[in-house]
Design a protein around this ligand. Structure first.
Ligand code: NAG
Ligand code: NAG
Ligand code: NAG
Length: 292
């Protein structure tokens, strides 16, 4: 059987990087991966790790999810060279610490443009081909912050809530109408990114532009949450493995949390309709068990 063609956004580091490599290096050569990134100047690490798979099962291309022509160019190339596009992994996105009213609407809109509208643009670009094929897989990499608002990450949570709402709405329609199977993946903290950025920089420094009360809530809250967050950090490879399992599954779920504790937190949200547990920053950061 011909390998499945896979388009992944945001592959210069992290989850996109790990997923691209894991699929491209598959021993059974079941995948041909178009690993894309906003700026090709960041390709050195991926190129190096790709080794002999480069230009064989792994193709590195430039794609900026805020720029339609760059999306079109990659999708056109995939269709020209393979005649089909089997899988899209919407992974590109970024996370930035918020300060509620101290961030401008423009600052929030820029993040929404990448994290939400970027997913819509890329999905819209592959859907005509998938509809024609009457098959396809779309994986949206969300976050636990797309299930419950993560303190100090208001805009980031909003971008992921938007993506989750849209995904939930469209999933049954695409499945029933076109046999396109859609899944949302909700990781918690992943090694390198969150661990390094949020836990690696002194908390006081990260909050230097906050007003004094907000800074105090942040520093106190983050200090209480830090060890709990550090202890549940996963590797990008674990998420990559899950992506491969989803792609190979005949009947993928709509939603995947990436650890058992995250599943418990998601379940807690639905079990407690008041969601008052979200008012306790420590409890929600610990991915508390339902008993707590
Ligand atoms: C892989 O393809 C790219 C783009 O077509 C090209 O620039 C690069 O030299 C190729 N590398 C190898 C090792 O074939
Ligand atoms: C992913 O999110 C985008 C934007 O919200 C949506 O268009 C698409 O249908 C979603 N895909 C899945 C698999 O849920
Ligand atoms: C899951 O949560 C429990 C209770 O908060 C904690 O003791 C345990 O270490 C967590 N497990 C993992 C794998 O993070």
């Amino acid at each position: 059987m011909a390998p499945q063609t896979v388009l992944i956004t945001g592959c210069s580091t992290g989850i996109g990087f790990a997923t691209a490599l894991m699929l491209a290096k598959d021993k059974l050569t079941r995948f041909k991966v178009y690993a894309t990134m906003r700026n090709l100047e960041s390709r050195a690490n991926l190129e190096k790790e790709a080794g002999s798979t480069l230009n064989k099962t792994l193709f590195i291309r430039e794609l900026d999810v805020t720029k339609d022509p760059t999306i079109k160019s990659v999708v056109d190339e995939i269709l020209r060279d393979n005649g089909r596009i089997d899988v899209l992994v919407n992974n590109a996105g970024y996370m930035a610490l918020d300060a509620i009213d101290q961030k401008s609407v423009e600052w929030c809109q820029v993040m929404m443009d990448t994290n939400y509208w970027g997913v819509v643009r890329t999905t819209n670009a592959v859907l005509p081909a998938m509809k024609k094929q009457m098959s396809g897989r779309i994986i949206n990499v969300s976050s636990m912050a797309g299930v419950r608002g993560a303190p100090f990450f208001a805009t980031y949570s909003a971008t992921k809530f938007a993506m989750e709402g849209y995904s939930e709405s469209i999933a049954p329609v695409l499945r029933d109408g076109y046999n396109i199977k859609v899944s949302i993946v909700e990781p918690g903290p992943v090694k390198t990114e969150l661990a390094n950025k949020v836990l690696g920089t002194p908390f006081e420094e990260q909050a230097k532009d906050f007003d004094p009360i907000l800074r105090d809530v942040f520093v106190t809250g983050v200090k209480r949450m830090a060890s709990a967050m550090a202890s549940v950090t996963q590797s990008a490879d674990e998420i990559a493995k899950l992506h491969m399992d989803i792609i190979l599954s005949e009947t993928p779920h709509l939603r995947y949390q990436t650890t058992e504790n995250l599943t418990k937190t998601a379940a807690l949200k639905f079990r407690d309709p008041t969601t008052d547990f979200l008012l306790d920053m420590l409890k929600q950061s610990r991915y508390a068990s339902p008993a707590e």
